[in-house]
Design a protein around this ligand. Structure first.
Ligand code: COA
Length: 197
């Protein structure tokens, strides 16, 4: 495993999507997407999600990259619409990294999360030479679990009280994908609507 040297200028193209670092111009779409109750329910993001939370997230983006947390905005192939977020949500260690994502409500049901997870796994196993990509979700997040399984992750069980969300501990589902695992074909994301359309 080579020393991890993440480059914020990395842009990943594939499966009908573009993954690039977050930019100041994403503020409005980010803020709007994060009003979604599903995102607030299934992630540790602040609730209510206020403009200062979005500003802080964007301001800290470069720092996250420096510390090994790749942080991508998911865009349609024309790079006109913000569709969601994907990145490394735990510090990579010993060839293992955890991926996390959300998709804006208006962009759901078009394979965006599945395609973006496929793209980031290609990068993690290829360029970055990780051995294992992990997925975690609060117990009951069937949609996220389905995305992971579509990408070839193997469900591994429940970690009791492993998640911490806004002052409360929650049980966590965990799944893993190894570099040596066979991976199913992941289709392109279809259609593109912005978070605000
Ligand atoms: C979960 C989430 C990322 C799915 O995004 P998406 O782009 O709509 O997912 P996809 O279109 O790639 O769907 C992949 C599969 O999951 C299924 N799926 C998606 N959401 C689902 C849900 N809520 N319940 C059950 N299945 C669901 C789809 O039907 C599809 O199944 P198929 O391959 O058998 O047709 C999105 O709903 C979301 O952002 N939710 C709130 C935040 C969140 O939960 N983030 C993950 C935290 S671990």
């Amino acid at each position: 495993m080579p020393e991890l040297d993440l480059d914020e200028s990395t842009v990943l193209h594939g499966r009908g999507l573009v993954l690039r670092t977050w930019l100041p111009e994403d503020l409005d779409a980010l803020l709007e997407a994060c009003q979604d109750p599903e995102i607030q329910h299934w992630t540790p993001l602040p609730s209510p999600y206020l403009p200062e939370h979005a500003e802080l997230f964007l301001d800290a983006c470069a720092l996250r990259w420096v510390h090994g947390l790749a942080s991508f905005a998911i865009l349609d192939r024309d790079e006109t619409c913000l569709l969601g977020s994907i990145g490394f949500v735990g510090l990579p260690e010993d060839g293992v990294v955890e991926v996390g994502y959300w998709v804006a409500p208006s962009a759901r049901g078009r394979g965006v999360a599945t395609a973006a997870t496929g793209v980031i796994c290609d990068w993690a196993f290829g360029t970055l030479e990780f051995n294992r990509v992990e997925w975690q979700a609060y117990v009951g997040n069937e949609g996220s679990r389905r995305v992971a399984e579509r990408c070839g992750f193997t469900f591994e069980g429940t970690l009791r009280g492993r998640g911490y969300q806004r002052g409360e501990y929650r049980d966590i589902w965990i799944a893993g994908l190894l570099r040596s695992d066979g991976r199913p074909d992941v289709p392109d994301a279809t259609g593109h609507q912005s978070a605000g359309s």
